[in-house]
Design a protein around this ligand. Structure first.
Ligand code: SAM
Ligand code: SF4
Length: 332
């Protein structure tokens, strides 16, 4: 199905929109300090069913979506996720089907995910120290994530990317350790700036470290060379230590935004289309979906919504904070 014969979709700023990120659940088995409160997480009972997500994906494919990422919350806690992935993998137009996970359940599920047709995984890991991991995630076990990473390589969910949110006074002393891993393994470490979303609204300013400073921390390791990696050329800029099998990426959402090349849409767990992670504007897909809209009609709504995709975010502005939704609902 195409929308008015359109196979690719450009927004008003000539950006090709081909990537959809879906928060398939707002639930999570961890409580990272910058993402969720320890208690009283406002969970909803109104998240979409998998067949509803699938219908939206099929509609979005009709207007040029070719990459889909499942995220959350923690996508692997949702029952039926493997079957859902196999249904998405059967859509021929999708050429990249990826998942972002905290890795806790990955060792158990990696093989089934690969067999279902998942292309690759991104893992979130902010420390290599067990006690600190338990502190940052409020109770998580580091060993489970490390096993998950290993299993991702064993089954070939590659390239394996690891996202580290660098926070002043929390884990910035581990930047060199993370970078050092790329010398040993074909792993892609991405250093991410903390953003004022969710639980970090209040303390982001004190903990935020701009990418420029993170790069400086890597000076003792020698000169970084520019690098390219195979899949998912998203907002990260990649580098390599001389001779290293892995790469180092930097994602600077705040200090130097990458809006000019933004190709993505987001779908919240409740079926709201977000045109930008940092814009509070949402377009309701759930209501038309539940009123029986066809794939063509949904595609039309999505195509019209894309016209409102903002040129850039304003997150670096004084006083900006997204306390309307948590990252786990939007899909980080
Ligand atoms: N639970 C999965 C995970 O942790 O990978 C997927 C969802 S999580 C919301 C996705 C990513 O968002 C994680 O890499 C997490 O570190 C990141 N994230 C959450 N809150 C953030 C914040 N305030 N600033 C920067 N990154 C954040
Ligand atoms: Fe859960 Fe991911 Fe948020 Fe951590 S960052 S609380 S793992 S959703």
């Amino acid at each position: 199905m195409n929308y008015n014969g359109v196979k690719t979709m450009q927004d008003l700023f000539q950006r090709e929109i081909n990537y959809l990120r879906i928060s398939i659940t707002d639930r999570c088995n961890l409580r990272c300090i910058y993402c969720m409160p320890q208690e009283g997480v406002p969970l909803t009972n109104s998240i979409l069913r998998f067949e509803e997500f699938e219908k939206i994906v099929r509609s979005a494919v009709g207007i040029g979506i070719r990459k889909v990422r499942l995220t959350g919350g923690e996508p692997l806690v949702r029952k039926g996720v493997i079957e859902f992935i196999s249904r998405l993998a059967a859509i021929p137009e999708i050429d990249d089907l990826a998942l972002t996970t905290n890795g806790i359940l990955l060792a158990d599920k990696a093989k089934a995910l690969k067999e279902a047709g998942l292309t690759r995984v991104n893992l979130s890991l902010d420390t290599l120290r067990g006690d600190r991991f338990a502190e940052i995630t409020r109770g998580g076990k580091l060993a489970e994530v490390l096993l998950g990473i290993k299993e991702a390589f064993v089954v070939g969910l590659e390239p394996v990317k690891v996202n580290m949110v660098v926070m002043k006074g929390f884990n910035d002393d581990e930047v060199l350790d993370f970078a050092g891993m790329t010398r040993e393994f074909p792993i892609h470490i991405r250093f991410i700036e903390l953003m004022p979303i969710g639980e970090s609204d209040n303390w982001c300013k004190d903990r935020h470290i701009p990418v420029k400073e993170i790069k400086k921390m890597l000076d003792p390791l020698g000169k970084l060379e520019r690098a390219k990696i195979g899949a998912g050329n998203g907002p990260a800029r990649y580098f390599r230590l001389p001779g290293a099998p892995g790469t180092i990426g930097f994602i600077s959402a705040i200090s130097s935004h990458f809006c000019d090349s933004c190709n993505r849409l987001r779908l919240t767990s409740e079926g709201q289309l977000r045109l930008c992670l940092h814009s509070k504007t949402e377009v309701d897909l759930k209501t038309p979906l539940r009123q029986g809209a066809s794939e063509e009609e949904l595609a039309h709504i999505i195509a019209e919504a894309i016209k409102d995709k903002p040129r850039k975010h304003t997150m670096a502005d004084e006083g900006w904070a997204d306390n309307q939704r948590m990252m786990s609902q939007i899909g980080g």
